[in-house]
Ligand binder design. Structure first.
Ligand SMILES: C[S@@+](CC[C@H](N)C(=O)[O-])C[C@H]1O[C@@H](n2cnc3c(N)ncnc32)[C@H](O)[C@@H]1O
Length: 290
């Protein structure tokens, strides 16, 4: 059976209501993608990317009155900046939508494997993820650099903090690479839930805790603190981040653009000695606490 995909480009604020409306109108699935020129990284919250425009695509069965759906959506949302309809012929649409995902090597002996696929190397450390909407799947350069670092510097036996944990991918990678315990900290309650679920899925939940900063047990000192947020947030959080790292411990600061490196280094440098890693336009600072 073929399916019809109906896509609407709308301002970010309309995307959730549009997604609900498409479901009400019988969409079998709804997908949200970046519809604007900017990258998605300015997102402070998982599942709420800060794109100015979002492409919302509903997947309908072939008998759907496409013109009727478009008219209804137009009457609800006024004009959209772009719109299109495509047909998926005689294909399993789930496969089509998921076909873009495949296992990715994230570091030395470290793989990210979508949950419905078989790991290509059983003996490797395999992070099982369900790719979500925005990030947390490990492929963004800022996350990828942290994962690659973890693959090269296995945190065996260490206590680890993943500050701004999102899906928990960094904490979970650290645990699967031998860390003793990991704490995920996030401002977004959904990140706390999602990271706990991902820890379960990866069989490391017994060593993982997720909470807001205020709920962190007192006097926790981690030998490794990873923070993949944005430069301005890293700077705002400087005192909290510094106090979480033990003496001689390591900090990973990621999510920094070239023009922001100097400012971040200057803020943290009295306490840390840094090296820089670069991927595309992003920098990772790895520092040892003096
Ligand atoms: C870019 S995501 C990183 C997710 C994951 N650690 C990774 O590397 O893919 C940044 C995360 O930081 C969280 N965040 C933003 N501001 C924060 C703050 N002030 N305190 C704690 N978490 C924060 C966001 O909610 C989001 O989950």
């Amino acid at each position: 059976m073929s399916h019809r995909q109906i896509r609407f480009r709308v301002p970010r604020g309309d995307s959730e209501a549009l997604s609900d409306a498409l479901t009400e109108l019988g969409a079998l699935a709804v997908m949200l993608q970046n519809g604007s020129a900017e990258g998605f990284y300015e997102a402070a919250y998982p599942h709420e990317p800060d794109w100015s425009e979002i492409d919302v695509t509903g997947m309908f069965d072939e008998s759907t009155d496409v013109a009727g759906v478009v008219d209804t959506i137009r009457s609800m949302f006024g004009s959209f900046t772009d719109q299109g309809v495509t047909t998926l012929e005689d294909r399993d649409w789930v496969r089509v939508w998921l076909a873009g995902f495949e296992p990715v090597q994230a570091g030395k002996d470290l793989w990210i494997v979508p949950s419905w696929l078989t790991p290509p190397f059983k003996e490797a450390v395999n992070l099982i993820v369900d790719p979500g909407l925005a990030f947390g799947t490990g492929t963004h350069p800022t996350t990828a650099m942290c994962l690659a670092w973890l693959g090269e510097n296995r945190p065996a036996g260490l206590d680890v903090v993943d500050f701004g944990c999102g899906s928990g991918i960094l904490a979970i990678a650290a645990l699967k690479l031998g860390a003793a315990r990991a704490w995920g900290i996030d401002v977004d309650p959904r990140a706390l839930v999602a990271s706990r679920e991902n820890a379960e899925r990866n069989s490391v939940a017994d060593r993982y805790s997720a909470c807001t900063l205020g709920k962190m047990p007192e006097n926790i000192c981690a030998q490794l603190v990873m923070a993949n947020i944005l430069a301005r947030v890293l700077i705002d959080l400087k005192d909290d981040l510094v106090s979480l790292v033990c003496k001689d411990g390591v900090i990973l600061l990621s999510g920094i653009l070239r023009e922001q490196v100097k400012e971040v280094r200057e803020m943290f440098e009295p306490t840390f000695e840094f090296r820089e890693v670069q991927r595309e336009e992003w920098f990772l600072l790895t520092g040892i606490k003096r």
